[in-house]
Ligand binder design. Structure first.
Ligand SMILES: [Fe+2]
Length: 376
């Protein structure tokens, strides 16, 4: 338990409730500790905090179109690494055909997010089908391979030297957001038994970033059974029932799906927009003073951002002031939208992320200007 220097005070013209009943004509900006959990100050500004005339230096935000990455090879180890730090490595991979080898990650748990496609995953625990919108958690050390039935595009999020866990659900209880009974597990079914042949197979193992290959004269996915409480699990974003309040815009941390070591993975799914006349309808302006923020756009019309399409990623480094784009802000103020239809995966990292070298054309260098009001 942290003993913050914490004692609420107020000054000047201000609302009494964060994200609601803002003084007329003001823009709320939140400054906070611990990614919206710690002490916070809410400022009421006369101008939008994103109304800069010019932005120079390295704190600028980034937007990437991963659809423009060239195809990689047919192994998850060929996936394009685009962001990383000591706690996570985030890669993007398009698999067109069945893997001809097994992989094993000894650096950390792996979270697969299936953006497009469908197919079958074979692993130590058996056979599991997958489709778009699936999260699949593979515990560190688990062997696996996929056989796509449709070309498959996925994000791979490694929890380096750590373990993915579920978030504390506190006041709302264990069955909120998604019931743990909703987690699917592989089966030792006919498909699994049918692949247990004496054909030679290789396992390509990654440890400390280096690959080792172990050749077997048979398929080592040959278990006839298992027991325990460590397993590959699958959760589809369609099965997430988001927390929301009709009177209060909840912070993104309310949408936490998995917790890694020094980072969290959140899922934005369709939800009604706040209906209370005084409640903020769009994300509040903030700097996220402790976390780097990465959002991968999966499906739908992303409400608070203009010109963002599925397969794109935005990166807002810690300390970069952001909030809704002007069009979304106006739509929120006018109650023009009653619900969102967006699906997105957010990765918030406590320690700075580095962006890998990416081919020309993947980054949109004008993104920093996207908050400028468009001429009418
Ligand atoms: Fe943010």
């Amino acid at each position: 338990m942290k003993h913050y220097i914490r004692f609420p005070r107020a000054e000047g013209t201000h609302s009494r409730q964060a994200h609601a009943d803002l003084p007329a004509g003001t823009f709320e900006r939140e400054m906070s500790k611990d990614g919206f959990f710690g002490p916070a100050a809410h400022f009421h500004h006369k101008h939008a905090p994103t109304g800069w005339a010019r932005f120079t230096g390295a704190l600028n935000p980034h937007a990437y179109d991963l659809n423009r990455l060239p195809p990689a090879g047919n192994s998850p180890w060929d996936a394009t690494l685009f962001m990383h730090n000591g706690d996570t490595r985030i890669r993007y991979w398009r698999a067109e055909r069945a893997m001809d080898h097994l992989v094993r990650n000894q650096d950390g748990d792996e979270l697969l997010f299936i953006h497009e496609g469908a197919g079958d995953l074979f692993c130590d625990w058996g056979h599991l089908s997958y489709r778009d919108g699936d999260y699949i958690v593979v515990p560190r050390g688990g062997m696996w391979r996929i056989e796509p039935s449709a070309p498959t595009t996925m994000l791979l999020i490694e929890c380096t030297e750590g373990t993915f866990t579920l978030p504390e659900k506190g006041l709302v209880g264990a069955h909120a957001i998604f019931d743990p009974a909703m987690l699917d597990v592989p089966a030792m079914d006919e498909r699994f038994r049918a692949q247990q042949t004496d054909d030679p197979w290789s396992i390509v193992v990654k440890r400390i970033g280096a690959l080792s290959t172990i050749d077997y004269p048979f398929n080592p996915l040959d278990a006839v059974g298992w027991h325990g409480d460590l397993c590959v699990v699958r959760l589809n974003v369609r099965d997430i029932r988001p927390l929301m309040s009709h009177r209060f815009h909840l912070p993104p941390s309310a949408h936490t799906t998995f917790v890694g070591r020094n980072f969290i993975v959140c899922t934005f799914v369709p939800r009604p927009i706040e209906s209370d006349p005084g409640a903020l309808k769009v994300p509040f302006y903030h700097n996220n003073d402790d976390y780097d923020e990465v959002i991968f756009y999966h499906r739908g019309d992303f409400f608070s951002r203009d010109n963002i399409k599925p397969g794109m990623v935005t990166f807002h480094p810690c300390g970069f002031t952001h909030g809704p784009h002007p069009k979304a802000f106006k739509a929120g103020a006018a109650h023009a939208r009653k619900e969102t239809d967006e699906y997105a995966v957010m990765i918030d990292a406590r320690y700075p992320l580095r962006v890998a070298e990416l081919p020309d054309g993947v980054e949109n260098h004008d993104y920093v200007d996207s908050w400028k009001p468009k001429p009418a």
